[in-house]
Design a protein around this ligand. Structure first.
Ligand SMILES: [Zn+2]
Length: 324
């Protein structure tokens, strides 16, 4: 590709789409965001995706750039080989042949990928996992998702569902996960699990800080995970307990991940990873405690923020050009 060539990249989420024109060196030449409005149903969302992609290609041409490929990443279960969005809870996709629809509309070679795998791909190649051949990217937000990236490509699995670290069983009989099973990592250590657990315990008054106890049945105001982390750092007892439980569960999950994948670097992204040293210091120690003969991976925060998925979409678009 020459300097004027760009990939058109879209990261489609439940609430918004992050879109960009990206050069072959990974440089973002233009970016824009659009609402997904998933409530309109999958057909309308697909039409918006195609219109936004078309608009980006037109914008590139108007700016004297040459769009050469299109990359779209979506949440849920994605069959990357066939280019089909199989299933998504928050966008409503069911067997949508998005790659074919998009390549027909734009006339560009198109790659369809999974949002978290694409984010992991970008972190492994352009971000915090740069220079490591084996990277585990773990995004901790409303849920916990992960991507295992080996020498620059993300492992998809036989059914498009590889790397679901959030559904490792860490506490049999524990809180029920969104997937329906009790005790998944996600049900204990996701940002929403931490927020729920803290808010619930605070409401029942199970705390030895008498000043912060609330009467049972009092109105509950949800305390976010970042706030729980801050209160734990400040030494508040209940926050410290909930935070420690989350860190221990995460360390169990990561130790299992390391036993399976033996990576050089684990990159933590998503909202919870912004807790900084309050997360990374105890988590490193807890992970070290759990490893026996496995080598300890580098544990680092993600570097690309919420643009990782969009950059990953661009990488997928550019990669398929090389394979042709
Ligand atoms: Zn689960």
């Amino acid at each position: 590709m020459s300097g004027s060539e760009v990939a058109v990249a879209l990261d489609v989420g439940g609430t918004g789409m992050k879109c960009a024109l990206v050069g072959p060196d990974g440089a973002v030449r233009h970016s824009e965001r659009h609402p997904t409005d998933a409530g309109r149903g999958p057909a309308a969302v697909v039409e918006t995706i195609l219109a936004v992609a078309d608009g980006l290609a037109a914008k590139a041409r108007a700016d004297g750039l040459a769009p050469t490929a299109l990359g779209i990443v979506v949440p849920g279960v994605v069959d990357e080989a066939r280019g089909v969005a199989l299933w998504s809870a928050n966008v409503g996709f069911r067997d949508v042949p998005l790659r074919e629809l998009a390549s027909r509309r734009l006339g560009l070679p198109t790659a369809l990928g999974h949002d978290v795998r694409a984010g992991g791909l970008a972190e492994a190649r352009l971000g915090a996992g740069r220079n490591a051949g084996h990277v585990l990217f773990v995004a901790i937000g409303t849920g916990i998702a992960a991507a295992h990236v080996v020498t620059g490509s993300a492992v998809t699995g036989a059914h498009g569902a590889a790397g679901e670290l959030g559904h490792i069983l860490v506490r049999p009989g524990g809180p029920v996960c969104g997937c329906g099973r009790p005790g998944c990592l996600e049900a204990i250590a996701s940002a929403s699990a931490v927020a729920h657990r803290y808010t619930e315990l605070a409401a029942t008054g199970i705390t030895s800080d008498p000043g912060s106890a609330t009467a049972p049945g009092a109105n509950r105001t949800m305390v976010g995970a970042a706030e729980v982390a801050a209160r734990a750092a400040a030494g508040e007892r209940l926050a410290t307990q909930v935070w420690r439980e989350a860190v221990e569960a995460l360390a169990d999950g990561l130790a299992t991940g390391q036993a399976l994948f033996d990576v050089e670097t684990i990159v933590l992204g998503g909202g919870l990873a912004q807790a900084g040293a309050g997360l990374f210091d105890p988590l490193r120690a807890a992970l070290r405690d759990r490893l026996t003969f496995h080598r300890e991976p580098r544990l680092v925060p993600a570097a690309l923020g919420d643009e990782a998925g969009c950059l990953g979409a661009a990488l997928l678009a550019l990669d398929q050009l090389e394979k042709r």
